[in-house]
Structure formats: C-alpha cells, structure tokens
Design a protein around this ligand. Structure first.
Ligand code: NDP
Length: 481
C-alpha cells in the first residue's frame, strides 16, 4: 500500500468511525418525535401555558419580558436560585447603558420590568420534563404538573468543584464559592482564590477589603480574565497572583481549613501553603441534566441550537443563555439570547395558529405563589440563645444569615414559609451574622446561609449552604418526633 492509498484508507476509516460515533451519540437523545402541534390537543387539558420559561437569570427574565409584552401568557419558573449567578456577583460594569450596578439590582429591575407586562414568576423548580408528548409536560418540585406549548430553557450553569481531597470535608468550614457571602468571615486572615477567569478576579476583589492576604492560584502561566479586570487587582497590595500551580489537596485540622497542598506544574515541586480559606472560581457546567434525553447537547453538555435561532433539536423547545453558550457566557449575551428565544417561541406559536382567541379558551391556572409567612425571632447574644434555643421544648433550627448575602436572602422567605407549616412541631430562629458575632464565633460559622439544628440544647445537625423548600423540609423532618 503506498502513502496515498494509506492516507485514503485512514481517512475512510475515520469517516466511518465518526458516522458510527455520531449515531451512538444521537441514540442517547430520544428521537424528536414529530408532534402534530395541533391545537385540538389542548382543548380538554388543564394548566396549559403558551410560553414557559425555566430559569430566572438575565436570559429567562429577558425572554419573559418579550413573551409577556407580546401578549402571550408567560410563566417563568424561577428555579432554586432565583436571579441566577448574577445575584452573586458584585458590581457589573459591562451592562450596556448602565454605570456599574450591583448584579442583584440588575436582576430586581429586570424582574419588575417583566412583571409589569404580566409575566408570572413562580417560586418553584422543574424537576423533570416529558417532551415525548405535546403540549410538553413539566413536573415541579412543589408537585405541579404544567403543560407548555413552548418551553424556553434558561437554566444557566452551576459552579464547578475541584474534586480534590478535603474539598467536601471542609465545605462551609473554610471552602466556599461565594466571596460576596463569606468574605467578612475572613477578616485579617489569609485566603486563596482558585481560578484565572473574571470570577476569580471578582472573588479576590471582594476578599481584598477583608483578608490580610489574598493569593490567586492560576494553573496556567496567564489569567483568562479580561485585562481590565486583572488591572483592578493591582490596586490592592494585599493581593498576589501565583501562576502554574494546581491544588492537590485541601488540608485541615478536622474542624477548619489550615492550608492547601500545591503542585508547581513547571518544576513538579510540591509545597504546602498555610491559609484559612479557599474560594473556588474555576468556571461552570451547564445545567442540562434533565433535558439531555430530549434535546441534543454537545460534548460538554451545552444545548445545541439550530442555525442562527435559539431553537433546540426539538421544535417548540428553545434555549437561552449559559445553558447553550460555551463561548461568550456574558450576562448581556444571555439577555440577548433570551430576547431571541422569546421571539422564536412567539413565531412558533403564530405558525401553529395560536392566537388571542385560542388563548382565551385555554386553562392556564398557574398563579404566583401567595406565601403565608410567620415572623421568626432574631437572636443576637448568648443570653438570647439560652432563652430561645437551650430552654426550648421543641427542636430548634437556627438560620445564620446576612442581608448582603444573596443566597441568604433567597433562603429567608423559604425558611419563613416552612416555619409556617411546622408551627408547634419545630421552632425557627435566625441570627444576623453582622450583629450576632458572639454566636457566629461560638458555632464557628464561616459560610452562610448556615442552618444549625439543636435538640434539648445540643447541636444535632448542621448544613452549610442554601436549600430549596423540599430540601429544607426533608432536612428538618428527621428531627420531629
Ligand atoms: P471561566 O471559565 O472564564 O474561567 C475559569 C477559570 O478557572 C480558568 O482560569 C480556568 O483555567 C480555571 N480552572 C478550571 N478548572 C480548574 C481546575 N480544576 N483547577 C484550577 N483552575 C481551574 O469561568 P468564570 O466563572 O471566571 O467566568 C464565566 C463567564 O462569566 C466568563 O465569560 C466571564 O467573562 C463571565 N464573568 C463576567 C464577570 C464580569 O464581567 N463582571 C464576572 C464573572 C464572570 P484555564 O484558563 O487554565 O482553563
């Protein structure tokens, strides 16, 4: 066989393998059953929504604005983290037309704007979907079954973990991924931020005003963050960047983090850096697990889109924002995607003949949840603790929170709603960590929100991080006799 024949046969073999591999990959996704998309299918159905948006970050809220403003009944199921990752960043300085504005404020404004046109925001999460039938079916954490004529997936991405020893063990006891929430606990201490992207710079800037020393650990010989972001770091003498290092292990004394074991990937030297806190900022993975069976995704799990539209491989299902964007991942781009997805969904509804007249005959009973809440006693001192917790006949759940912490503020209404359901069975108490410093130190709270359960005055369980309503309910159920 000469070189030409060899090259041709190798190419043919590669071509064959890629076809087989493509088939195997495609086989994982349910074939896009050709739905009839006939409006007769909705005549006898309850709870049919023309446009359902899953996720409430910039993509979801922009889609909701355009859907509702086009006079289409639009429901947005907000998800476990209403507002998404933007609520966890500090100032956003690259939102067109706005001077630097807090991420949470941008989200609040977008939410109010969408609501002003009639979008309905539901405090619930979608736990599974069935796209084998049309209208599409969505099942929620709160037990709702919603039928949707079009679905816009805007579930964003979730923070990545390192996967090294000590990360899980010390989660909330020195390891965290939210500097906005936890930086004040590291006053005058030494911390590291892992990652070289814009998030790592954000975390370092948040920490710089509290910590004695912040070291950003970057695995390459350069940072990926925008130069303008990196330039901000030079304003702080307490921030250093170390390149070519990889975290091998997070070390601790059984209670809290004491250091990180690092590898210099240029010299192969291993060394220990003694520090008190590890802030992870190593990127995100798309939240597509429940959709992968129904729509095509790429090798990294991002939803594949059709040509220049936001439509997925399933007609009637669209995707917007980080869930379908491995390249740009900017809040502004996500908002643009959201707008395009709503325009595409509206065009789809027009194509199948969905009109205002049809809409008026359809049952769409989903309403914004009217939460019943109880007021929760706030405690500050050890004396308060003795009175409200130690002397209580009921088990007590204590929520450590702060007003500046977005996940805490998302969690507080959930805490209040669950407290309402368990009156007389379990007691709920809250500690504002900015003033309840005695209790923060006594129970070594280093990550908020932090829930601690006491029974007969004894600490029986602890959870570092936010929970949705179902998670909180099953967490406390164990302590009710
Ligand atoms: P990125 O994906 O941009 O960066 C992740 C960083 O983590 C990279 O430096 C990557 O290294 C590093 N990393 C990944 N895995 C590991 C690992 N196992 N160990 C060590 N390091 C690791 O994610 P970001 O969250 O920073 O940003 C996501 C998007 O959000 C970006 O588009 C960003 O621009 C945007 N953003 C914008 C902000 C703003 O404008 N204010 C603020 C925050 C985010 P490597 O480079 O070697 O791959």
């Amino acid at each position: 066989m000469n070189i030409r024949q060899y090259t041709l046969s190798t190419l043919a073999l590669c071509f064959l393998i890629s076809i087989i591999y493509g088939r195997i990959n495609q086989a994982k996704v349910q074939p896009a059953k050709v739905h009839s998309y006939s409006l007769n299918a909705i005549a006898d159905k309850e709870n049919v929504i023309p446009m359902v948006i899953i996720g409430s970050g910039p993509a979801g809220l922009s889609a909701a604005l355009y859907g509702a403003r086009a006079n289409v009944k639009t429901v947005i199921i907000q998800g476990e983290k209403p507002g998404g990752l933007l609520t966890e960043t500090s100032y956003v300085e690259n939102w067109p037309g706005r001077r630097p504005t807090l991420g949470a404020k941008l989200i609040d404004d977008a939410r109010e704007q969408a609501k002003s046109f009639g979008a309905i925001l539901v405090d619930d999460s979608v736990k599974s979907v069935d796209f084998s039938t049309w209208p599409f079916v969505l099942y929620t954490e709160n037990g709702e079954k919603i039928r949707a004529l079009t679905v816009i997936i805007a579930t964003g991405a979730r923070p990545r973990m390192l996967g090294v020893a000590g990360e899980q063990e010390y989660w909330g006891c020195g390891v965290t991924s939210c500097a906005v929430c936890d930086a004040p606990f590291y006053k005058d201490q030494e911390v590291v931020v892992i990652g070289g992207g814009d998030s790592a710079v954000e975390e370092a800037l948040q920490l710089a005003t509290y910590a004695k020393k912040v070291t950003v650990l970057v695995r390459k010989d350069r940072m990926r963050a925008a130069q303008s972001m990196q330039d901000h770091l030079t304003r702080f003498g307490s921030v250093a960047v170390v390149y070519n290092v990889e975290v091998q292990r997070i070390l601790g004394d059984g209670v809290q983090v004491t250091g990180v074991e690092l590898l210099n990937n240029q010299t192969n030297e291993r060394f220990v850096m003694p520090i008190n806190g590890v802030f992870l900022a190593i990127g995100h993975d798309p939240s597509t697990d429940i959709f992968k069976k129904w729509v095509k995704t790429d090798g990294q799990g991002y939803i594949k889109l059709t040509s220049r539209t936001q439509e997925s491989s399933m007609p009637g299902v669209f995707a917007a924002g980080d869930v379908a964007d491995s390249r740009y991942r900017q809040a502004g781009v996500a908002a643009g995607d959201g707008i395009k997805s709503a325009l595409d969904a509206k065009a789809f509804l027009d194509d199948i003949g969905f009109s205002t007249a049809v809409s008026s005959r359809v049952s769409h009973a989903v309403r914004e949840e009217q939460k019943e809440i109880v007021s929760i006693p706030a405690i500050i001192t050890n004396d308060d603790f003795k009175r409200e917790v130690e002397k209580s006949d009921l088990p007590v759940v204590v929520d450590f929170f702060a007003h500046y912490c977005p996940p805490c503020m998302r969690m507080l209404p959930i805490f209040e709603a669950v407290a309402h359901e368990y009156v007389g069975k379990i007691k709920f108490v809250k500690v504002d960590t900015e003033i309840g410093v005695e209790l923060v130190e006594r129970f070594f709270v280093r990550k908020i929100p932090c829930l601690i359960v006491f029974k007969d005055g004894q600490l029986v369980a602890r959870y570092n991080g936010a929970m949705n309503k179902d998670e909180l309910t099953s967490f406390i159920e164990k302590f009710i006799s």
